[in-house]
Design a protein around this ligand. Structure first.
Ligand SMILES: Cc1ncc(COP(=O)(O)O)c(C=O)c1O
Length: 403
């Protein structure tokens, strides 16, 4: 296996800042580069590789499905899609039941948010005769890079080069009074509110206690839809099937992707019968969304993750990790945040400059979130000993750069 090409010789568009390492193999929480160096992966390809790398059950499911049929198009019945939809609906219920009964599959997080945005539009246009036109999102939020999802994403750096975008109003994340004020003024024109239960790209920032319930109550009072973007927090990442289970605030639309396929691209919205009825044949679709291969991967992942013992384990590993992070960074940590295995350490220095490269030198893959937060989102199968090892490697890296 040859070493990565120098940037100037690459034929790839330069839209990513790529590190000069090519991972050629993985096993469990380990990745191996082209030179055979091993890394402990505490980033999971941006919170994707839920079962780690080369998990035997995921490998077998993908191989079995690829050998049977990988793709057939949504012009035909897809039993694997039905099975995964049923699994997601069951997992979304609280004590086995709830209003989230219908699933639409896509390929990515941004497409799932596009589908949610279009559903919110249908709610305003079709169910409310065009009277609901306002869409709300939050500062610090991230929902993807395609045009509707980008319109929902607050960061001016991502938005401004692509203006004009679709109309979205931004409220300060976590500000109860600002949300009440937005609804007090023409609240009946609000079609939907998009929010992440924990802002994953914006610094691993959880919504304050009671905030999602506050938004739910405002939405209920004004017949507005609550959309929870769980692209990063869902499918076990936070130690529950979905993060909305933790406060028990049920959305009208649940948005999923990332961990759902364990590395095979798949996204989904999970929604109510009433909203699903607005999406008539031909109104929305994708060639690949929910194909047999992607759904077989989703079935393998969810079979492992949607288990009480697994969720309890994720929760416990997350607590172990956050306790260790507080110890490693001591007073240098402005805050250690997160839930389950989505963890952030806010630092006074930008982690991308020195700490993340130093971690790589010490055989550890971690990433940033926002400008000043170190993000850890390891595979959900990480063991107690591997969390300890992660912390040892991170401590060595931190000691080498903290000055
Ligand atoms: C909360 C959230 N929504 C949406 C997205 C976009 O997902 P994708 O990159 O699969 O389009 C991301 C990606 O980081 C995300 O964290």
């Amino acid at each position: 296996m040859s070493a990565p090409l120098p940037v100037a010789a690459s034929h790839l568009v330069g839209n990513y800042g790529r590190n000069p390492i090519a991972f050629v193999r993985g096993e469990g929480v380990r990745l191996y580069d082209a030179q055979g160096k091993a890394y402990l992966d505490a980033f999971a390809g941006v919170a994707v590789s839920a079962l780690g790398h080369a998990h035997p059950k995921l490998v077998a499911a993908i191989a079995r499905q690829a050998a049977a049929v990988a793709h057939v198009s949504n012009h035909y019945q897809i039993p694997e899609q039905e099975a995964l939809a049923g699994r997601l609906v069951a997992a979304a219920g609280i004590k086995g039941t709830g209003p989230l009964q219908k699933v639409l599959f896509v390929n990515t997080g941004t497409e799932a948010n596009e589908a949610a945005y279009k559903t919110v539009r249908l709610w305003g246009n079709v169910a409310h005769g065009g009277r609901k036109t306002r869409i709300i999102a939050f500062t610090g939020g991230f929902h993807g890079r395609t045009m509707a999802s980008l319109s929902l994403t607050a960061n001016p750096k991502y938005r401004e080069p692509f203006a004009p975008l679709l109309p979205v109003e931004f409220l300060p994340f976590g500000d109860f009074a600002a949300a009440s004020a937005a609804f007090a003024e023409r609240g009946d024109e609000i079609a939907g509110v998009f929010i992440e239960p924990i802002q994953g790209e914006g610094g691993v920032i959880p919504a304050p206690p009671g905030y999602l319930a506050h938004l739910r109550a405002l939405c209920d009072r004004h017949a507005s839809l609550l959309v929870l973007d769980e692209v990063q927090t869902g499918v076990g990442r936070c130690g529950a099937n979905f993060a909305f289970h933790l406060p028990g605030v049920v959305p009208d639309i649940l948005v999923l992707a990332k961990g759902l396929g364990g590395g095979v691209p798949i996204g989904a919205i999970v929604t109510t019968e009433a909203l699903s009825a607005l999406i008539k044949p031909g109104l929305h679709g994708t060639t690949f969304g929910g194909n047999p291969l992607a759904c077989a991967a989703g079935l393998a992942v969810t079979e492992e993750i949607f288990q009480p013992t697994m969720l309890a384990r994720i929760d416990a590993r997350g607590e172990q990790l956050r306790r260790g992070l507080a110890r490693v960074f001591g007073s240098a940590a402005i805050e250690v945040r997160g839930r389950g295995l989505l963890c952030g350490v806010q630092l006074a220095v930008e982690p991308s400059t020195k700490l993340i490269p130093a971690a790589r030198e010490h055989g550890l893959i971690v990433g940033p979130s926002g400008n000043s937060t170190l993000r850890l989102a390891p595979p959900l199968i990480i063991s107690i000993a591997e969390v300890d090892e992660l912390l040892e490697r991170l401590e060595a890296a931190w000691n080498s750069v903290k000055g």
